[in-house]
Design a protein around this ligand. Structure first.
Ligand code: C2E
Ligand code: MG
Ligand code: MG
Ligand code: MG
Length: 287
């Protein structure tokens, strides 16, 4: 629907489509090369407990600094990776990178940090038989226990083959990993899956969160998701918390944690541990 709207100008329709197709094709070729030459990096966005202000985890978000084109957004290269199959390679890289990085922070801090790392999994990865072996391998290589890992899946990972999703989720749970439903409320899954699948966290999509200050309907939806999560014994994270006001309102509504530019943008590997420490200090001072 979005695309039809965007290309609703007849005179530019064809050239625009053609140049988009060209860009898509070169992105694919160059992404393959980027993966081979280690051009991707990982950033880490803090998840903050809305009651205590402490950092409870970091979401690993892939970054691509292209030598000529500059930074390319994952909203552009992840779909290309999914269509081309490169997502399997990228997904393995992301899992290895995120788990090794968290293990490195533990080593640097000299303790098992009370934080986890969240890794996004594409529906295409979930549809593969080797997904559990891939996750288990990353845990073994990094030496992390499974409870340090949060796997973020979208509703699309369930809808295509719910029975398969049930098996995969159960296998991931057997590794002690936790599962979050990402962008919750934007997909097409049925509420029955929430009941049937071992989901630990609902991540309320940014579109509802950012609407809260101007749109009473968004507040109603966020409230409904929070009470649904509570009734089903799940935790909650609000995406896109961009202001103090939103953080306070969400906390008052009972949302457990928040993620967004108000707390921090995605950080480099080196800035993450200092950020975790600074939140501990500011809490102690506030108390
Ligand atoms: P996501 O998993 O829903 O990640 C959250 C996105 O929201 C990130 O965008 C993050 O930078 C952005 N964000 C966080 N807080 C705020 C805020 O306060 N305001 C606004 N406007 N945005 C905020 P990013 O990094 O561009 O990633 C986009 C999407 O790309 C991710 O959405 C995820 O679906 C996908 N992605 C990123 N890295 C990976 C990866 O390693 N594997 C897979 N499969 N997908 C990935
Ligand atoms: Mg995510
Ligand atoms: Mg999300
Ligand atoms: Mg999102």
């Amino acid at each position: 629907v979005k695309q039809a709207k965007a290309s609703g100008r007849p005179e530019v329709y064809e050239p625009k489509e053609a140049s988009l197709a060209r860009r898509r094709f070169s992105i694919e070729t160059e992404l393959r090369r980027a993966l081979e030459t280690d051009q991707l990096s990982m950033s880490y966005q803090p998840l903050v407990n809305l009651k205590t202000g402490e950092v409870s985890g970091f979401e690993a978000l892939a970054r691509w600094q292209h030598p000529d084109r500059g930074e390319i957004s994952p909203t552009e290269f992840i779909p290309v990776a999914e269509e081309s199959g490169l997502i399997l390679h990228l997904g393995r890289w992301a899992m290895d990178k995120a788990t090794m990085t968290l293990a490195g922070w533990d080593a640097e801090a000299g303790q098992k940090l009370p934080v986890n790392v969240a890794v996004n999994l594409s529906a295409i990865q979930v549809a593969r038989d080797d997904i559990t072996a891939m996750v288990g391998g990353a845990l073994r290589n990094s030496g992390l226990t499974g409870d340090r890992l949060m796997l973020e899946l979208t509703e699309s990972a369930i809808v295509q083959d719910p029975r398969r999703a049930t098996r995969v989720f159960d296998a991931l749970k057997a590794l002690e990993a936790r599962v979050a439903m990402d962008d919750f409320g934007t997909g097409y899954s049925s509420l029955a899956y929430l009941q049937r699948l071992p989901i630990d966290v609902l991540k309320i999509d940014r579109s509802f969160v950012s609407g809260m200050m101007i749109d009473p309907d968004s507040v109603a939806i966020v409230r409904a998701v929070l009470s649904l999560a509570e009734a089903l014994g799940m935790s909650t994270t609000a995406e896109g918390v961009e202001s103090r006001e939103l953080a306070t309102t969400l906390a008052a509504l009972g949302c457990v944690s928040g993620q967004g530019f108000f707390f921090a943008k995605p950080l480099t590997e080196d800035d993450a541990l200092p950020f975790w420490r600074s939140r501990l200090r500011s809490n102690r001072q506030a108390a």
